[in-house]
Design a protein around this ligand. Sequence first.
Ligand code: SAM
Length: 280
Amino acid sequence: METTHSGLEPGLYIVAGPIGNLGDLTPRAAEILRLADVVAVEDTRVSARLLRHAGSDRPMVPYHDHSAEGVRARLVERMASESVALLSDAGTPLISDPGYKLVRDARAAGRKITTLPGPSAAIAALTLSGLPTDRFLFMGFLPNKAKARGDVLAEVTALRATLVFYESGPRLSESLSAMAAHLGDREAAVSREISKTFEETATGTLSALSARYADAPPKGEIVVVVGPPGEAPPASAEDADAALLEAMTRLPVSKAAGEVAKKLGLDRRTLYDRAMELKG
Ligand code: SAM
């Protein structure tokens, strides 16, 4: 196995950093930051602090997915013989952060790629929310303009999944009320400053949370988690009787029971017995 002078294999190392609390940098991530030949970062000033914390003196190069093609091509070239670490200002690279195009091009060039998993605000907020986690969709930041925001929300209205949005304090109340208007007034959770001193999670309906933050936009970094659309409440006995009586005006009893069972999601046999009672 070829290694660089530091003992690391050449290639790309995707390094997740903390989302606020420096203690959340994993020992393995810190080691890679100390050993990599170069660290590609969003903002050298922000990352300098983390590198100091990790005891790293490795050189940094600024990288964004919208950096000139040449910047990315040079980094991919370097990965042939050097270890390149990719680090974001916070959390996991590529998650509402640069890196996707670097990984894409590194993969196309056949470079070794590995990831050092760690914190991401989206997953952290999901775990705090108390909302279903079996199916979720990461929505990133909503667009600023009302029309574009509405279009994005309209695409997911019918989706049976928990939705995770990144937000900022000044936009929070307006975004929550747009979500209520487009998605319905669902249960939601607003988590801010996760892993920091003023960590806080507020839960409630979208409209209640929007009202709560209308006059007092919260400070700090924010994730909004919105629950899936509610299940339709189960049909009541009165609903079933009304549907059966109506169906029996058109159909024989067994067919009426079958139609209502399908429509209301109830047991056909029970409905048949009830239909006979009603008929009698
Ligand atoms: N790559 C990061 C990650 O894995 O979470 C996200 C980067 S994105 C540019 C920054 C956004 O993430 C913030 O505006 C906020 O919505 C969310 N965020 C980051 N850190 C957070 C924290 N400690 N608490 C709550 N939200 C946070």
